[in-house]
Design a protein around this ligand. Sequence first.
Ligand SMILES: [Fe+2]
Ligand SMILES: [Fe+2]
Length: 227
Amino acid sequence: MALYAIGDLHLGFSVDKPMDIFGPGWAGHVQRLEAAFSQLQADDVTVLCGDTSWGMDLEQCLEDFQFIDALPGKKLLLKGNHDYWWNTASKMKRFFEENDLTTLDILHNNCHFYGDYALCGTRGWFFEEEKGGHNEKMRAREALRLEASLKAGGDRPKLAFLHYPPLYEGYQCREILEVLEREKPALCCYGHLHGPSHRRALQGTRFGTEFKLVAADYLCFQPVRLL
Ligand SMILES: [Fe+2]
Ligand SMILES: [Fe+2]
């Protein structure tokens, strides 16, 4: 049994979304994901850190979910900024059940236990979101979600998963960082950054938490083993 993470699968079996918009590094990304996941075992767990499917609703994601479901192990899905299909937990869980997607679950306003560890997370916040209004309120809500998820882990050691990087060059999401600093998860994985922005990604330990970029193109479409 092992724990893995990877973000930004950006699947689009049912939508016309060529992935070369993200650069030539995305060529054959579905086949590369399939080959990498084939090394995993049925009792492994992979956290998918958002931007999983281009589908606009659950129905449009079905083929993408079926692809993910057929990969070995359990997958915990986190919300990314492109996951327009995201719905209430009960609707998503019902959709998984009705379509026999037995290896998929949601990491949102909850936490999952993995051995002695609590796996916690939320989408997070990034400066790119700051175009609309209500930013402060939404940032605070994301921080509260993260805090609730970490608190649900009780006394267990915690691992945090976000879609958005809480630190990036000159940008920092103070609300999210304060929660991380307080709750001190050993690790914080995040995705969202693609192509040239990989070079500017925060990696390494800050205030006791190790930060790791797990966007699929950064990982060459190979899930990273965490435990
Ligand atoms: Fe993203
Ligand atoms: Fe992405």
